[in-house]
Design a protein around this ligand. Structure first.
Ligand code: NIG
Ligand code: FE
Length: 422
């Protein structure tokens, strides 16, 4: 691969792309022009500033570049017949935390079941940490994700659980991403055990008021042992009234009403979706047929959780066959899924949840974008943000075919080479 000599914006033509995934139908040269998951072989892509300006067949690049920007590109990069995909959109992480839960993980490896009770261990460590310690953890995990191809990252609060600690969590998350979620309703903190409704009042009142300015989303853990559907509805309704978009953690540890609640409130996403009834699947599907286009509820699957907790995997095939839009995310957190690897999510989704490779790559890119109601990321077509991953492989299939192998060779974000950094 050619070395890029400088990082200034300008126009860059990447050519020599063995296989390009755009997530957009109708690209000239695509294997099937009607199928958004179809690839373009022997492709090229023009990045102009922080945006994509043109995509197509390498053979058409000279004409395409001329039509798009009316001049030669400032630089050209030969990617050497490697595969290129949109940057991963990881729509669900909990990266504001301190400490680890390696001991809890070991106990699980010895047969103990996962319960959400371990969240309180992380709450204690997070409250005790300095701002700079939390910032250092954020920086380390954000860099780790970027090196694995993640170019858009959502981050939740939820390990503070006091007004001051939640406000600090969303504020620090906002320093590294625009996609910040207020998850004050993660669990009831130890000091308010047995006074759940009092805590919900605090979350909906003073805590929400303190956190809403730095947040884009409100989330709640609707599950036995965390919050009831009624409590979850109160939190989500208050968040929506404060101008936040709605997302929900539900149906992770067992069946429940969280998915139906999410759909009824027009949530952008309901996450986990491990235990679903036929009615849950039907409700998710109908959110995509009846609503205004693009405003359905995405089912976000987090197979790193099942890997780490030894739970049964969600059934992506059932959701996809019903017409539900599915996303894949890492859920990176110290308890239930301590991995930031979107390539691993693709591999798990293919091996364990019934997705095809094309569906899994789409779910990890365009699916994540849909879960964040973003149209500027998760696709590679003119006007999209110039976020892409060059794989050290001839096809995207290798993400699942060679699990655990570091295949992310180069990452471009907003038209600049982000990884490897020079
Ligand atoms: O998404 N489900 C709730 N919250 C996290 C778990 C967090 C933890 O165990 O610390 C999750 O899996
Ligand atoms: Fe989570």
């Amino acid at each position: 691969m050619h070395e890029v000599e400088h990082h200034e914006h300008g126009a860059t033509l990447l050519f020599g792309i063995g296989e390009l995934t755009t997530n957009v139908p109708g690209v000239a040269g695509a294997d099937d022009p009607d199928d958004p998951t179809a690839v373009v072989r022997d492709a090229a892509i023009l990045l102009d500033g922080d945006r994509v300006a043109w995509v197509g067949r390498e053979a058409d690049a000279a004409a395409g570049v001329e039509a798009a920007i009316g001049r030669a590109p400032d630089r050209t990069v030969d990617v050497g017949r490697r595969a290129v995909i949109p940057g991963f959109v990881d729509s669900h992480t909990h990266l504001v935390f301190a400490g680890d839960r390696a001991a809890e993980f070991e106990a699980r490896a010895a047969g103990r079941p996962y319960t959400a009770g371990g969240i309180r261990t992380t709450v204690t460590a997070t409250r005790a940490a300095s701002d700079d310690a939390l910032r250092a953890g954020l920086a380390r995990h954000v860099a780790e994700a970027a090196a694995q191809g993640t170019t858009t990252l959502e981050i939740k609060s939820g390990y503070g659980l006091t007004v001051a600690d939640e406000e600090r969590s969303v504020r620090l998350a906002r320093e590294v991403t625009d996609e910040v979620t207020f998850l004050g309703a993660h669990v009831v903190p130890p000091e308010l055990q047995g006074r759940e409704d009092e805590y919900v009042d605090l979350v909906c009142g003073e805590m929400l008021a303190a956190c809403a300015p730095a947040a884009r989303w409100v989330d709640v853990f609707c599950e036995t042992g965390a919050f009831t559907p009624d409590q979850a509805r109160r939190v989500l309704t208050a968040g929506a009234a404060a101008g936040l978009g709605v997302r929900v953690h539900a149906n992770q540890l067992g069946p429940g009403d969280g998915v139906q609640l999410a759909v009824s409130l027009g949530a952008a996403s309901v996450d986990h979706c491990t235990y679903l009834s036929d009615d849950d699947v039907a409700a998710l599907a109908s959110s995509w047929t009846s609503a205004v286009p693009g405003t359905g509820t995405v089912a976000t699957l987090l197979p790193g959780v099942e890997l780490s907790t030894r739970q049964p995997y969600p059934d992506a095939r059932r959701l996809l066959d019903a017409g539900v839009v599915v996303a894949l995310a890492s859920d990176c957190n110290p308890g239930s899924s301590y991995t930031s690897s979107m390539p691993l999510m693709v591999a798990l989704a293919v091996q364990e949840t019934g997705m095809t490779v094309a569906e899994a790559v789409r779910a990890a890119t365009a699916g994540g974008a849909a879960a964040l109601r973003r149209s500027d990321v998760g696709r590679l077509s003119p006007g999209a943000r110039a976020d892409l991953v060059v794989l050290d492989a001839p096809s995207r299939t290798y993400l699942a075919y060679r699990p655990g192998v570091p295949l992310v060779s180069h990452v471009w974000k907003e038209g600049r080479e982000l990884h490897p950094s020079r």
